[in-house]
Design a protein around this ligand. Structure first.
Ligand code: PLP
Length: 389
């Protein structure tokens, strides 16, 4: 404290260290298998890594790249949107490269919100949402996704809209629950956004990890093209989470607004990696198909193991996370459970309870990731069996 004031400002006072840092540190300290933080333990395609090395060697991107991203990547992003989603974006005015999806979310909130504006978002939240809304001076309004299937209550969504609502912050496929919004749900959400003239920011970083159903971009629905900021990232699709290459696609005025905030956050990032991701986005369909098939198999491997260990498993339709319930063990407190898990069986997981404003809604939910090598998952499943009664 100085001058009798806390150092951290009021907007951020409720945010401590992220749960991922806390649990990853616990994994290192206890030598546990880390099924907490969602990062793959195998790098993505070799040729993409080589493309990054080539770019570094050839001096591509070693100095500040253009503010909105290199033209090659913006064009590749636009082509990817057309190829997989049937959406046309102008690479010059409707695409923006960001430092991961994280910066895109932050820039969107900082650009689009006035202090006091309400933002309706699904809870459990991906943890940066609440912090970014707070940094922008917005007010978060949760729409609680409830176990066992985590479908959004669209009547509750309608009721949550007030004259102060500025935007909806959506995430599908949804981390941590694995819920994937259906066309019907998206249509209802779109109609509500049009009716109340709301902006929508959609986080689609798991767009290629859908195991049941399909990923439908909200921007493709009637009336949404000009009010939707779509966000995605190379991290999850190409297994290079450390490169932090993300992007925004939206109508030109929305991109211009988000770019205004973004240019004062990082200005630019990941120069040589932008060249590599431009190539990654053009990989053949077989790459995207085998990523999905492989992760579906891993989902089933871990899901079966968790069931055998005594967890109630909420089957995810997408993402690389499984949410479980621990009441079957006679336990109720996910945070206490996760803190004790390394000691009990040498595995680290994440308590979903920290992603809810409503402390009761997720109190007994624990999340595990399955984006790990098969031998690691087999080892983890063996360890988790120690919990079985
Ligand atoms: C829903 C969601 N959005 C955004 C991110 C962050 O993406 P990036 O690493 O590209 O910043 C993550 C990472 O876990 C995520 O799960």
């Amino acid at each position: 404290m100085t001058q009798g004031r806390p150092l951290l400002n009021r907007r951020l006072a409720e945010f401590g260290t992220t749960i991922f840092a806390e649990m990853s540190a616990l994994a290192v300290r206890t030598g546990s298998i880390n099924l907490g933080q969602g990062f793959p333990d195998t790098d993505g395609p070799e040729e993409i890594r080589e493309a990054a090395v080539r770019a570094l060697r050839d001096g591509h991107g070693n100095q500040y790249p253009p503010g909105p991203g290199i033209p090659e990547l913006r064009t590749a992003i636009a082509d990817h949107q057309r190829r997989f989603r049937g959406l046309a974006f102008d690479p010059d005015t409707e695409v923006l490269v960001t430092a991961g999806a994280t910066e895109a979310i932050a820039a969107a909130m900082l650009a689009l919100l006035e202090p006091g504006d309400e933002v309706i978002a699904f809870e459990p939240y991906y943890d940066s949402y609440a912090a970014c809304i707070a940094m922008a001076g917005g007010v978060r309004v949760p729409l609680t996704l409830r176990a066992p299937d985590f479908r959004p209550d669209l009547d509750a969504l309608r009721d949550a809209v007030t004259p102060r609502t500025r935007l909806l912050l959506l995430n599908s496929p949804h981390n941590p629950t694995g819920m994937v919004l259906t066309r019907e749900e998206l249509s209802t959400i779109a109609a509500l956004a049009v009716e109340h003239d709301l902006l929508v920011v959609t986080d689609e970083v798991y767009e290629h990890l859908v195991f049941e159903g399909e990923h439908i971009p909200l921007a493709s629905l009637p009336g949404m093209r000009d009010r939707t900021v779509s966000i995605s990232s190379a991290g999850k699709t190409f297994s290079y989470t450390g490169w932090k290459v993300g992007w925004v696609t939206a109508a030109a005025p929305l991109v211009a607004a988000v770019r205004t905030a973004k240019q004062y956050l990082t200005y630019v990032s990941a120069g040589p990696f932008q060249y590599a991701i431009a190539e990654a986005l053009r990989l053949p369909d077989s790459y995207f198909d085998s990523l999905r098939t492989d992760l579906r198999r891993k989902r089933d491997l871990l899901g079966d193991g968790l069931r055998a260990a005594g967890f109630e498993v909420h089957q995810p339709q997408g993402t690389y996370f499984i949410t479980t319930d621990i009441t079957s063990f006679g336990e109720k407190d996910a945070y206490a459970f996760c803190r004790a898990l390394p000691e009990r069986c040498g595995v680290v997981a994440i308590p979903n309870s920290v992603f809810y404003d409503d402390p009761d809604a997720g109190r007994s939910q624990v999340r595990f990731t399955f984006c790990k090598r098969d031998d690691v998952l087999h080892d983890a499943v063996g360890r988790l069996r120690r919990l079985a009664p």
